[in-house]
Design a protein around this ligand. Sequence first.
Ligand SMILES: Nc1ncnc2c1ncn2[C@@H]1O[C@H](COP(=O)(O)OP(=O)(O)OP(=O)(O)O)[C@@H](O)[C@H]1O
Ligand SMILES: [Mg+2]
Length: 164
Amino acid sequence: MKLILLVGLPGSGKSTYAAAQKLPVLSSDDTRALLLDDITNQSANRIVFAMLRRLLRARLELRRPVTCIDATNLTRAERRQYIRTAQLYGAAIEAVYFDVPLDVCKQRNLARERNVPDDIMDRMAARLRVPTLEEGFTRVEYVRATDAAPPTTPAPAATSTLPR
Ligand SMILES: Nc1ncnc2c1ncn2[C@@H]1O[C@H](COP(=O)(O)OP(=O)(O)OP(=O)(O)O)[C@@H](O)[C@H]1O
Ligand SMILES: [Mg+2]
């Protein structure tokens, strides 16, 4: 079994990467939707993350081969609990670090409908610690800003082929 922790700022491309790789994901956003009907509701994070960890343990009990945690996972303290859980269940634990400059994350943030305020982005960037093998990860992979193309938006439907 393998547990994959995505690590990166909002807008760094975590969810896009997980979707492109077709990874089975447990995400803090989906858990907020399940519990609060709103992926942006930050009012019950303790319960949200406790539920996320319960879902993870259930998947590991079911011996699901791969589970990806799509959350920012910025600090060692946040990651430690997942590393411990993986070890407890005998699963490998990998980190995928989104090595994307803060400015790029901010720009991508502005370009989407759900914007994380700039000052929150600054605070999160200050908290971010790069994941290391020393923390207990069996592997740390880096994804850079330029690694993956942005998802292609469907081409707009042809307006009219009739002569005007
Ligand atoms: N490699 C990339 N190049 C350019 N744009 C990208 C890339 N990856 C993602 N994006 C765009 O950046 C925005 C943020 O991506 P995404 O939602 O995957 O980030 P995230 O890390 O999941 O953020 P959050 O933590 O807020 O959920 C999206 O609009 C997405 O289309
Ligand atoms: Mg996301």
